[in-house]
Design a protein around this ligand. Structure first.
Ligand code: FAD
Length: 377
């Protein structure tokens, strides 16, 4: 029997693959999604679900801001279980040096149309009464929000299926072929375009792409409604997220709609075991308790780990592979893939169907990393 033929086959049913599928279907393409294990079960299940605008680079800002606006536009359509919560972020400054970073970020965001507010020590305490004394201030980013990522991935897959996509779950892709994919059970799917959206597994299917696993730990507490109002992130987090070699922890905590508190986070390279590392966990919790002393009295329920798919320049790979003429990449989203999934999906489909993108796509093209021209655009 001839293999089924699609316009696009997407490998990976995480938030990125799921969002890409929904966008492909919306563009009128016939789509197949192949997920080895479960929809939204990879990094998407492990992540925090903070939808946040970031300013590491102009390209990072452009993609996070574009994506955040797309999430805002989708807000009314998201089902209850996606737990969309417009809680906002406060970047917390512990000293004068970090307060200067608050001012820099204020300038950066406000000149680019993002609503931000500088908080002094008193207004920080009023905004988050459980923070310790002695903090100097912060930056509130009111438009940031939080979702529950696995349910968002499921929502995009369900929407795609309802509009005609075929979804294959349980058998992974063994290899990408000249005209599609071959699954581990030996069956084949033909497609005009193949999208590798397999997150930290993507290099297993496409050799030569520089995506490394970056392990992270998270802890979730029992329910403590009103303990926290915003996602809080220490400004020292930026130093931790920027370090490309060391293992690091930083204070990052999120109020869930359930009343639970999701505590992060750590970053480790060269740590491929999924097991929870007690010493990292205890450093992470100590850091959180330094900022929120009352946290020490609360009960935690579960700790887990996940793997970010990290690229050397901290930008995702979105676009044609340099070697395979039908292959596109949508991977390498590190710690921002929940946020940037929607912008990624738009930019990917813009390239597939030759639409004009809303933001420049060049900074995310896979060709930048290997310094070669793409095989096609
Ligand atoms: C601790 C932690 C905290 C984070 N916090 C945030 C946050 O607050 N905000 C944010 O924006 N981002 C956050 N992230 C990042 C975010 O979770 C990821 O960038 C995002 O989930 C990546 O989605 P993905 O679809 O690319 O990958 P994944 O979710 O990993 O999906 C890849 C899928 O591919 C499947 N797959 C793999 N191999 C194959 C194969 N051969 N065949 C078929 N399927 C295959 C896997 O089973 C998996 O389901 C965090 C990540 C971690 C680890």
């Amino acid at each position: 029997m001839a293999p089924p033929v699609y316009d696009v086959v997407i490998i990976g049913g995480g938030i990125v693959g799921a969002a890409c599928a929904a966008e492909c279907v919306a563009a009128g393409l016939r789509v197949a999604i192949v997920e080895a294990k479960m929809i939204g079960g990879g990094a998407t299940a492990a992540g925090m679900g903070h939808l946040t605008v970031m300013d590491d680079s102009d390209a990072q800002f452009a993609l996070t801001r574009y994506s955040q606006l797309l999430w805002d536009g989708l807000r009314e359509e998201l089902p209850h279980e996606v737990e969309y919560d417009a809680c906002g972020t406060i970047w917390v400054a512990a000293d004068d040096e970090e307060m200067r970073e608050v001012e820099r970020k204020y300038e950066f965001y406000s000149t680019r149309g993002v609503a931000v507010e500088v908080l002094d020590a008193q207004s920080l305490r009023e905004a988050e009464p459980n923070l310790r004394d002695g903090l100097v201030g912060g930056l509130r980013v009111a438009g940031d929000s939080v979702i529950y990522p696995p349910c968002a991935a499921q929502f995009f897959v369900d929407r795609s299926r309802a509009r005609g996509a075929d979804v294959f779950v349980g058998t992974g892709v063994r290899e990408i072929t000249a005209d599609g994919v071959r699954l581990r059970d030996g069956s084949a799917i033909s497609a005009g375009v193949i999208v590798n959206a397999a997150g930290s597994w993507s290099p297993e299917l496409t050799s030569g792409i520089d995506v490394k696993k970056r392990k992270g730990h998270l802890v979730i507490t029992d329910r403590y409604p009103r303990f926290l109002r915003h996602q809080l992130v220490e400004l020292g987090y930026l130093k931790s997220a920027h370090t490309m070699t060391a293992e690091s922890v930083a204070f990052n905590i999120q109020p869930r709609r359930t009343g639970q508190l999701l505590i992060g986070s750590s970053r480790q390279f060269e740590a491929d075991e999924a097991s929870v590392d007690g010493s990292i966990l205890s450093r992470m919790l100590s850091r959180a308790i330094e900022f929120l002393p009352g946290l020490g009295k609360l009960a935690s329920l579960r700790a887990w780990t996940g793997f970010r798919a990290a690229t050397p320049d901290k930008l995702p790979l979105i676009g044609p592979d340099v070697h395979h003429p039908r292959l596109y990449l949508a991977t390498g989203h590190e710690g921002l893939g929940i946020t940037t999934s929607l912008g990624t999906a738009k930019l990917l489909v813009d390239q597939i169907v030759n639409r004009r993108p809303q933001i420049p796509v060049t900074p995310y093209l896979p060709a930048r990393v290997v310094g070669a021209e793409p095989a096609h655009v």
